[in-house]
Design a binder for this molecule. Structure first.
Ligand SMILES: Cc1ncc(COP(=O)(O)O)c(C=O)c1O
Length: 409
């Protein structure tokens, strides 16, 4: 293949052509895709979690087509019906009280919005993030992202051995995920300076690691004690993937006393159309005065119509509930038909990590599974990650498990 893209796109030796409707439930999205040679694949990559309805749900297609014939783009200075309707809907669903919404196009864009809001609202300059975290690829987001390979030559963070010339020094301090004592130590070290603790309730790129309830509630308590904001990155784990709209609710419950201050979503929100949303408490959002932030395409009517359709289909089809069952179904399959080498099947709902504890094995398996017609990604180096469409069930999970068994044999 004469690939004219930047080398940053690592190649998987596959060119996708289209989705297929065969085998898809009537009137719903397809679980399968086809490559240019006509070979079928079960898509458990799912655009890295962007296709909760599967491929080509006809109702989602129709909603986008209808909006295309009306209004596609409008500046943020002008209200549009889809944007207002989506904002009103989102604030009812999120674990933030009296929320106000900023719309972007990508996950990293709303991570940046959260950082800007947190520093402006508190007048503080340090953010606490976690080991194995991933928050995006713009400069503040890579500062909070743990893996140094993403920060290489761009950003230096606090308490890190000097890395050489860097474009930016960012005030991000890092603690091990799950370690409340380490977070407390950072609060003391940067006393009066911590604006926000930023956490993925379930780490996605870091290995599909759910935070324990004790840890997440402990973060809320520490933030309260030290006057910092609690920010949830729900870009990968949110929008129903774990069985509730927010993974926070799945893991912590819906005690409003424990609500976060800022929470942000992307990926599944548009059902495959790019859109992202950052929701913050109204009293905090007030600091983002006219012109203090913006995004030309963010919250455009077409993207908002796609998100409204996605949420409506999820509600109508009971997709949070079906997504929420996936992990348990796969764990039952794994218990009935154990595979030697699989150390753990973890996550929540339709966000599943299958742990091998061996990077070479996991990497090789991803390729073999592709040959066997199942698309998955690696997560945390040693786990295989499945992010199936929410209406996937036992048949698709068995297909994944069979491919793992055959791939390892
Ligand atoms: C938890 C989390 N935060 C942020 C991002 C960045 O999102 P995007 O690639 O849309 O900028 C991702 C993407 O994988 C993610 O999983």
């Amino acid at each position: 293949m004469d690939d004219r893209r930047w080398p940053t796109y690592s190649s998987r030796n596959i060119t996708l052509d289209s989705y297929v409707r065969e085998g898809a439930p009537a009137g719903r999205g397809s679980f399968h895709v086809r490559d240019t040679a006509g070979k079928l694949y079960l898509d458990a990559i799912n655009g890295i979690g962007c296709l909760p309805l599967g491929h080509g749900d006809p109702r989602w297609n129709a909603a986008i087509e209808a909006q295309m014939g009306k209004l596609v783009s409008a500046p943020g200075t002008i209200w549009t019906d889809p944007q207002q309707a989506l904002a009103r809907d989102l604030v009812k669903r999120v674990p933030v009280q009296d929320g106000r919404v900023f719309f972007g196009n990508t996950g990293t864009e709303v991570t940046e919005a959260a950082v800007k809001l947190a520093t402006r609202a508190t007048g503080r300059d340090v953010i606490i993030a976690f080991e194995k975290a991933f928050h995006g690829r713009t400069l503040a987001a890579i500062a909070m992202t743990a893996n140094p390979k993403y920060r290489d030559s761009y950003v230096q963070v606090l308490d890190e051995a000097p890395l050489g010339p860097r474009f930016a020094q960012m005030n991000v301090a890092r603690a091990p995920f799950g370690d409340l004592a380490a977070v407390e130590t950072l609060f003391r070290r940067y006393s009066g300076r911590v604006a926000m603790v930023c956490v993925e309730p379930i780490q996605g790129e870091g290995g599909v690691n759910p935070g324990s309830r004790e840890f997440l509630v402990g973060l809320r308590r520490l933030c309260n004690e030290h006057g910092a904001l609690l920010g949830l990155d729900e870009i990968q784990c949110g929008v129903g993937r774990t069985g509730a709209f927010s993974a926070w609710t799945t893991l912590v419950g819906d005690d409003r006393e424990l609500d976060a201050d800022i929470v942000w979503y992307a990926k599944a929100l548009g059902g495959g159309f790019p859109i992202a949303a950052c929701v913050a408490r109204a009293d905090l959002a007030e600091v983002m005065t006219k012109g203090s932030h913006g995004s030309t395409f963010g919250g455009n009517p077409l993207a908002c119509a796609a998100a409204i359709a996605t949420l409506g289909i999820m509600d109508g089809d009971g997709l949070f509930a079906s997504a929420g069952e996936q992990l348990g179904v796969l764990q039952s399959i794994a218990a009935e038909e154990p595979i030697s080498g699989v150390l753990e099947v973890r996550g929540a709902g339709a966000m599943i990590g299958i742990e091998f504890g061996d990077a070479d094995r996991a990497l090789a398996l991803v390729d073999t599974m592709q040959d066997l017609g199942v698309l998955v990604t690696i997560s945390g180096g040693t786990a295989v990650r499945c992010l199936l469409a929410y209406h996937a069930g036992e048949a698709e999970l068995c297909e994944v498990w069979t491919a793992i068994r055959r791939g390892l044999s």
